[in-house]
Design a binder for this molecule. Structure first.
Ligand code: PLP
Length: 418
């Protein structure tokens, strides 16, 4: 493999430097070379040193408020367990009820909140058939229809089902709603009406509430190439937080009259300190902050330390300054645009071409390092979103220093697709 300068870690804040990236390249290359058997590509890697440092930073930012792990942004049971073993990280915020049942059945966690409403009758039937699963798992609702579904799958309310209400955390400004379009419950009266419906039903327990302020937690606010947009985003975040704090308090006081809530979940990796600062909030959700995909590179609130990579081999050298790798096209969900594409990361200096982008089977890369790459060398990419790349992986190599110290199955590797 051709050599690029590697250097010591740059100090200060901001994105990893070129020398950080080339140092990572050297570590990954050494781990691959010294691995006891050739690895099938793409090679999926999580850098445990970075993962652990990110976990420490999330806990620091939460300043004593427990973090509930957003498992959709991890999707590797061993990494979920690793994060949960830390002080300050407790419980899982799951993305489907089937996932929650699986995590519970496999002893990964016994405190699971499903963050999104479910209409999966089979999974609901499993939940109400298992007193221990029903005691460990909380489902999310924002509509009476969600309650009806629980009733529809059971003949008796003998096993109580734990329920939390998803309260819209969007900003209302100039007649517009800014934020994720999820729960219809915005005003106190609407939340209280659903809470009354829950407590009036036999076999349901209202145990929590959630306000996911995605317009704060999920929007980069310090993008070097979009300074004025970032300034607008920062203002919008400040306004959102001020408006939400007032509404959240009012809703919490009203719910207090109806039920003793065990938790109030809020936030995400981009808003940990802001969400934790609200006295109504008892726990903050975070997942992406552990692996730090590229969409989390430009937040004022934390310094990104990327921890997840996938390596694909150079198979062709079509022209000077171009190396073509096999695979690469792992594109993220969300509004289609360049920011959803994977980023060639190590060696530093490679880029996707405008004509072909990131191809499913082949991806040409241009840039000066291309000439130093030989056929068979690996190029390492970062995905735009956390967790999603592992839908393409069965096994994830765990890197520590310059060695793969273990290999862990992803959900897919455990035969699961949630
Ligand atoms: C309900 C909810 N909470 C929290 C999060 C934040 O997760 P992350 O920290 O991975 O951005 C998300 C992400 O989409 C979410 O949907």
């Amino acid at each position: 493999m051709g050599r690029l300068p590697v250097g010591s870690r740059a100090s200060g804040s901001g994105s990893p430097s070129v020398s950080d990236r080339n140092l990572l390249w050297a570590r990954l290359d050494q781990a691959v070379q010294e691995h006891d058997a050739p690895l099938p590509t793409p090679v999926f890697v999580v850098d445990l040193d970075a993962f652990d440092a990110n976990a420490t930073d999330l806990v620091r930012r939460a300043a004593g408020t427990p973090i509930r792990l957003a498992s959709k942004s991890v999707r590797v049971p061993a990494l979920i367990t690793r994060a949960l073993a830390r002080d300050g990280i407790q419980g899982v915020l799951a993305y489907t009820l089937r996932e929650a049942l699986w995590l519970h059945a496999n002893g990964v966690c016994d405190d699971i909140v499903v963050a999104y409403p479910t209409v999966d009758r089979r999974a609901l039937a499993e939940l109400v058939a298992s007193p221990s699963a029903a005691a460990a798992i909380t489902i999310m609702v924002d509509d009476v229809a969600h309650l009806d579904l629980v009733d529809a799958v059971r003949s008796s309310p003998a096993v109580p089902v734990r329920v939390a209400i998803d309260v819209d955390a969007g900003l209302r400004v100039a007649g517009q709603h800014v934020g994720p379009k999820r729960s219809p419950l915005h005003d106190t009266a609407a939340v209280v009406a659903l809470a009354r419906a829950i407590v009036a039903r036999e076999g349901l327990r209202l145990v929590g509430a959630m306000t996911y302020e995605g317009q704060v937690a999920g929007l980069p606010d310090s993008v070097p190439t979009a300074r004025s947009r970032s300034m607008v985003v920062r203002r919008l975040k400040a306004l959102s937080l001020t408006q939400l704090a007032v509404r959240r308090r009012e809703i919490a006081d009203a719910l207090h009259e109806l039920a003793d809530l065990e938790f109030w979940n809020a936030g995400g990796s981009g808003s940990v300190e802001d969400s934790a600062a609200d006295p109504v909030v008892t726990e903050v959700a975070a997942g992406s902050g552990l692996l730090v995909p590229t969409l989390f590179d430009h937040y004022r609130s934390f310094r990104p330390v990327p921890a997840a990579f996938f390596g694909v081999p150079v198979t062709r050298r079509p022209a000077p300054g171009v190396a073509t790798v096999h695979g690469g096209g792992l594109v993220a969900s969300g509004p289609a645009g360049p920011d959803r594409l994977p980023t060639p990361w190590a060696p530093a200096g490679l880029r996707l071409t405008g004509l072909e982008g990131a191809g499913e089977v082949q991806t040409p890369l241009s840039g000066s390092p291309a000439d130093q790459l030989q056929i068979g060398d690996l190029v390492w990419f970062r995905h735009a979103k956390s967790g999603e790349p592992f839908e393409h992986a069965t096994t994830v190599q765990l890197l520590s220093g310059s060695r793969f110290v273990d290999a862990a199955p992803s959900y897919r590797g455990c035969g699961q697709a949630f």
